[in-house]
Design a protein around this ligand. Structure first.
Ligand code: HEM
Length: 494
């Protein structure tokens, strides 16, 4: 079952995106009531590892490339369990701008960071595989030598193997239903799915996986499990005479910093040839979900604005914007809500402000915006935030009939812009589930149709669906509107 992104928004209205599934950290979809014994945070971390673990440093194949989404890979014994589908990949919300592999990496990083773990560097740019990778995920019954060899093939030394397994196994546990020879039926109403956890804090990152192991009090089912052949953590943790685990037990800080570096390396292990971006950090002030519509002589602007690292919803946030005539205007944004993660897990704070249908002179238009937060200018060191008003949805678009779809989309093109192409973009997925965009060219009008003194209209009849964004090529560069306009078609006059 594919769960579309809008479902996530509705599922937990005050928590959006990936965050909705780690707030709180014992949240487990679809069994959202506390006490399931499982958590999405743990499944995201395991998913990232299993996806990466096919990597071969020698030939450059495999790595974190979302090949785990293929049924063939999921059906292998090394990928036992249902944690790679409905509560992970299908809810992550990849889109034309973010690959599935990037969302897998991001979800794992967020699970660590929001559930007590260290800050982990995040890069983008992963490319989704077009088929399953060669098998390569270690299994608990494998020998120590085979584990050392598997981690070496993935690019990690023996000490790094011990560390990475400890980092991952700070979360979650082993399920009775999958490993009845390792975990008995726990018969516990506070752990309904009978998951024997790796440490006593299975939804929180801390060094208990090491301190309980060293103290001899661990309940880790891969150390003290019923079937010693499958006690892989016991063999791995003890493989250097417990030196690494002892150092982690003695120093939560060392454990945290080691995991920060190894988890970053784990999610950055990608097939040869894939180039990742520089480390991405949150913008201190970020516009999002912007929609600009031409309505006759007016422009209608709706958008959200995030102020990072605050929980203050009483800031005075103003948008300053420049029009095409060189004049600067301003308007005050309304507070909306607090960001997801802070509200629940108290890690990162963000406050959202916004504009709803802010109307201004559509002929003068808008070229650039910047913000003032309690009087302090936020303009990206003078660059500001460019706004494209060259090609946009016109409110004159209208719907003849919803079923079957019959509508006319009117695209407003700013005079003097001279696009070489205008097209509709339909965001969809290819046969392997990768996000892709189908472009449909629109013919220029035979006679110019003025929307106002600054814009002309290109029209196109829609007969399949309304879910389009508008794209254009202008001076060799591609631009695109952000939101699809399906919800805002008026009925056509009869
Ligand atoms: C030799 C290497 C490894 C072996 C043999 C191994 C084995 C296992 C097994 C048998 C489970 C139980 C799965 C289930 O019952 O759902 C498990 C769970 C888990 N593993 Fe590993 N693992 C290894 C390495 C790693 C690494 C390197 C990470 C991440 C850095 C990781 C993260 C996890 C997580 C988070 C869970 C909990 C999943 C949940 O609770 O739903 N594992 N592992």
């Amino acid at each position: 079952m594919f769960i579309p992104f809008f479902f996530i928004l509705l599922y937990n209205r005050d928590r959006v995106g990936i965050s909705a599934f780690i707030a709180p950290c014992d949240f487990f979809f679809p069994d959202a009531n506390a006490g399931s014994g499982r958590s999405d945070a743990a499944d995201w971390i395991r998913t990232a590892y299993h996806d990466m673990a096919t990597h071969n440093v020698n030939d450059g194949t495999g790595g974190l490339d979302a090949s785990i989404r293929f049924a063939e890979e999921q059906s292998r014994p090394e990928n036992i369990g249902d944690g790679f589908i409905n509560n992970t990949i299908n809810v992550l919300g990849a889109n034309r701008y973010v690959s599935i592999a990037d969302t897998i990496a991001l979800a794992a990083v967020m699970a660590f960071e929001n559930c007590g773990g260290p800050e982990i560097s995040y890069r983008g740019g992963r490319v989704d595989a077009d088929g399953p990778n060669t098998p390569g995920v270690p299994e608990p019954q494998d020998s120590l030598d085979s584990h050392i060899a598997a981690f070496a093939r993935q690019g990690f030394t023996q000490t790094e193997m011990i560390s990475l397994v400890a980092c991952g196994h700070s979360f979650g546990g082993v399920q009775h239903s999958l490993f009845p020879d390792v975990v008995p039926d726990l018969n516990d109403t506070t752990n309904r799915l009978s998951v024997q956890h790796f440490d006593s804090t299975f939804v929180t990152f801390d060094n208990k996986v090491a301190s309980e192991y060293i103290a001899g009090t661990t309940g880790n089912p891969l150390v003290v499990g019923l079937n010693d052949t499958k006690n892989s953590d016991k063999r791995i943790f003890g493989s250097d005479g417990n030196a690494t685990m002892l150092s982690f037990a003695n120093s939560p800080e060392l454990f945290a910093s080691t995991c920060a570096s190894l988890i970053a390396r784990m999610v950055d292990t990608v097939p040869r040839g894939v180039e990742l971006t520089e480390i991405i950090t949150p913008l201190p002030f970020k516009p999002a979900n912007l929609q600009l519509i031409l309505d006759g002589d007016n422009m209608v602007f709706t958008g959200d604005f995030r102020v990072w690292n605050t929980t203050d919803t009483s800031l005075v946030v103003m948008m300053l914007y420049d029009d095409h005539a060189g004049a600067t205007h301003n308007t005050t944004l309304a507070p909306r809500r607090l960001g997801t993660s802070f509200a629940i897990n108290a890690r990162y704070g963000a406050a959202w402000y916004g504009l709803d249908s802010f109307t201004f002179d559509g002929v003068a238009g808008i070229k650039n915006m910047r913000f003032s937060v309690n009087g302090k200018l936020e303009d990206q060191d003078g660059i500001g935030f460019a706004v494209q008003d060259s090609v946009l949805f016109s409110q004159s678009s209208c719907l003849f009939s919803p079923h079957p779809v019959s509508a006319r989309i009117d695209i407003a093109v700013r005079n003097g812009v001279n696009p070489s192409r205008i097209y509709l973009e339909h965001a969809t997925t290819d046969s392997t589930g990768r996000p892709t965009v189908i472009e449909t060219d629109i013919a220029p009008p035979t006679q110019p149709i003025a929307a106002n003194s600054a814009y002309s209209i290109w029209s196109h009849n829609l007969t399949d669906n309304l879910f389009y964004t508008i794209g254009a090529e202008i001076n060799g560069a591609k631009i695109s509107t952000w939101a699809n306009n399906a919800g805002i078609f008026h009925s056509c006059p009869t």
